[in-house]
Design a protein around this ligand. Structure first.
Ligand SMILES: Cc1ncc(COP(=O)(O)O)c(C=O)c1O
Length: 387
């Protein structure tokens, strides 16, 4: 066969680095601080709700296309409880197979071939793939260390008459940058000035440390142009359940639903019931989650600095980006590939999240959503790098 099997738009995307590095962790017995998933499951009451749903036949058959009414109502209540945002569960909430499907469905729905999408670089790996699937072009706005703040003048300068939307992720994976209110307002003003849509990936909305998450939809005039995306995976420590959602105007939700229904149609039936309960947990749950993660963040910052990494303190997410230059290292990809054998630890090279691989060449990301003893074990193994 002379023609490549893979669509030419998708060539070069390769295998997800997360899958590759997690497989390496399993094969070598290394401590896996690569892929972002907690090593302790979320609240037992929430897993019990999923078990109960399966036992009592709730969601074992195809749930309704837009998601079960209980969950759509719970999502709307959550948006109102935390952000004062009113959404009609009947027309303004859509349940998806994780945020991943929500983002894919939104981009496939709203992009035409040739459109441009501006997104922060380094970016979550599915963004580039989804933009390519839609036949659009990605235009990176590079976030630079040590603070990874977006340059807003540069952002506006990147807008052309082909720009269709801004794909914004805050709290930001992998850097841990959390947009301030002023930055959110300034980006919103750019979107309004140039009549752009904003697709906002807020999966780490509850994982912030001393900084408030500001949803774009709360900014004046943004509700009608914002596709808000979030999911249960990070907030409730059930990343395998893949329950996500979109909130937006009926027109926005309808457009996303049109593509979503032909991707998975529906997913995660029984888990939808459990997530509806999880979203109604008391405020204390959300505060405790962030407090616990902040403590783990600080443990890792101190440990990694002691070993000799340059550490960029994250304000959100459960990732820490470091620079390996002070360890005498120049190439994070080679460093991470060798790390399981050298130190028994798996980490992710941020270069894979950049188009311009030079930009993230010496950055390495560690996930800290693990038990303390695992973090301590990883730090004690990484100490060989200091010798
Ligand atoms: C920025 C970002 N968006 C989306 C996702 C995926 O979310 P979900 O598991 O709900 O599909 C992740 C998971 O790591 C992420 O980091």
């Amino acid at each position: 066969m002379t023609r490549p099997l893979l669509n030419r738009r998708l060539q070069g995307l390769g295998t997800s680095i997360f899958a590759e590095m997690s497989a390496r962790a399993v094969a070598t017995g290394a401590v896996n601080l690569g892929q972002g998933f907690p090593d302790v499951d979320g609240p037992a009451t929430v897993s019990e709700a999923a078990v109960e749903a399966i036992r009592t036949g709730k969601g074992n058959q195809y749930p309704p296309g837009p998601g079960i009414p209980e969950l759509r109502t719970a999502v709307a209540n959550h948006q109102h409880r935390f952000y004062g945002l009113p959404y009609d569960p009947a027309t303004e909430v859509l349940i998806t197979a994780g945020a991943t499907e929500a983002i894919a469905a939104a981009l496939l729905a709203m992009l035409e071939p040739g459109d441009e999408v501006i997104a922060f670089e380094p970016y979550y790996d599915s963004y580039a793939a989804n933009i390519a699937m839609a036949g659009a072009a990605r235009v990176p706005l590079t976030l630079r260390p040590p603070h990874f703040r977006p340059d807003l003048a540069e952002l506006e300068a990147k807008v052309t008459d082909k720009t269709r939307l801004l794909l914004i992720n805050s709290p930001h994976n992998p850097t841990g940058m959390v947009l301030t209110r002023a930055e959110t307002e300034a980006i919103a003003a750019i979107a309004k000035r140039h009549d752009l849509l904003v697709v906002t990936d807020e999966v780490y909305e509850h994982l912030t440390f001393d900084r408030e998450h500001i949803p774009f939809a709360t900014i004046d005039g943004m509700r009608e142009r914002t596709v808000s995306v979030s999911s249960a995976g990070k907030t409730f420590s059930f990343t395998g359940w893949k329950v996500g959602w979109v909130t937006g105007t009926p027109e926005i939700v309808n457009a996303v639903r049109t593509t979503k229904q032909f991707l998975t149609f529906v997913a995660s039936g029984p888990f939808q019931y459990a997530v509806a309960e999880a979203l109604s947990l008391p405020g204390e749950y959300f505060g405790d989650l962030a407090g616990e993660l902040k403590r783990k963040r600080d443990l890792m910052i101190t440990g990694l600095r002691t070993i000799g990494f340059e550490v960029y303190q994250p304000d959100g997410t459960y990732f820490i980006t470091t620079d390996i230059t002070p360890l005498g290292e120049k190439d994070a990809v080679g460093f991470c590939l060798g790390l399981p054998d050298r130190a028994g630890v798996v980490a992710i090279p941020n270069a894979v999240f950049y188009d311009d691989q030079q930009a993230g060449r010496t950055q390495v990301r560690f996930a800290f959503c693990k038990r303390d003893e695992i973090l301590e074990e990883a730090l004690s193994r990484l100490a060989v790098l200091a010798q």
